[in-house]
Unconditional design. Structure first.
Length: 320
């Protein structure tokens, strides 16, 4: 009898997730349904000694139960070369510790383990900065640490969105209009008085009515529906973590064109599960760390997105 595939999931503490919305849990449920042996671990459980990546892996059984969604076994120190794949699902912030984690995971990749998404890609493709590789897909965007340049960009476009390069979930996102007396304070805060890079984008008013759409790509190919995240009244942020409402919609022609431009590059670089954030037909972020939205789309359209992703990983293992 063939040995069951083994997948280890690097994630935030499983007891602290929201099981109704958590995409990582959806992936684990799909893997378990396909006979995969699953374990999980956290950043603190990972180390490298003499070039070998090792982690304290805890076997896990998962359930689609909002009150009781997991059972953990005892932790066992295991070389990551002993598992077939590692799913890197640790949420940002994309800080130095996150980068160090990708170095350690790369040692597992060198030893023959499939790491999804690929560690080098996670380092190279910052979710805000990587939009610069596709300027034809984006609204006017400035990445700088110069506060005078930020002010000039705002003067040019009238209304802008400003945010740090390392965050997620709508944290520290500001919308400014020309003449706003808080503008200098925001620029100073985001750049730490010119010592840190930040991003400024032209404000896209479509966010109010049509929201910030999350398009999911699996190995470069889009899911047929996007999750439009409509901000709360009085809020500018189309993030579910900030209270936005998720409304599914079919992809339109512009969505598919964006995916045709960006998807092949993602696939070539080993980014098997990615979320494009699209407002008014413009890409604002390329989420490669731990994209979400699967549970909402699966529920609204009776899809099995997580299953499609796991099937893709298993197929890759077959050819690995």
């Amino acid at each position: 009898m063939a040995q069951r595939p083994r997948i280890a999931v690097l994630m935030d503490p499983i007891r602290a997730i929201n099981p109704a919305k958590d995409t990582t849990l959806a992936m684990m449920l799909a893997a378990q349904a396909r006979g995969v042996e699953i374990s999980c671990f956290e950043q603190r459980d990972l180390w490298v000694r003499d070039g070998t990546a090792t982690a304290r892996l805890r076997p896990v059984a998962v359930r689609d139960d909002l009150r009781d969604w997991f059972t953990l076994g005892e932790a066992v120190a295991t070389p990551l070369s002993a598992v077939d794949a590692v799913l890197m699902r640790k949420d940002p912030p994309f800080d130095t510790e996150y980068i160090y984690t990708t170095y350690l995971l790369e040692r597992a990749e060198v030893a023959g383990t499939l790491v999804v998404n690929r560690p080098q890609g996670l380092r190279d493709m910052n979710e805000k900065v990587f939009t610069a590789w596709f300027p034809d897909c984006c609204a006017p965007t400035l990445i700088t640490r110069d506060m005078a340049d930020m002010a000039a960009f705002m003067a040019e476009h009238g209304r802008v969105v400003c945010k740090p390069l390392y965050g997620m979930g709508g944290r520290s996102v500001f919308v400014l209009e020309l003449g706003d007396k808080n503008a200098n304070v925001v620029f100073e805060t985001l750049t730490e008085y010119g010592q840190r890079y930040a991003i400024v984008q032209r404000y896209i008013p479509d966010i109010v009515q049509t929201g910030d759409s999350r398009i999911l790509l699996i190995d470069g190919e889009p899911v047929d529906y996007a999750l439009a995240r409509i901000p709360l009244a009085g809020d500018n942020r189309g993030n579910l973590a900030a209270g936005a409402k998720g409304v599914g919609r079919p992809l339109n022609d512009r969505d598919r064109w964006l995916c045709s431009r960006i998807g092949p590059v993602l696939k070539e670089r080993g980014m098997m599960f990615v979320g494009l954030d699209v407002i008014g037909g413009f890409v604002t972020e390329i989420n490669v760390t731990s994209p979400t939205g699967v549970r909402e789309l699966e529920k609204q359209f009776k899809l099995d997105i997580a299953g499609r992703f796991i099937d893709t990983v298993l197929a890759r293992l077959g050819a690995h």
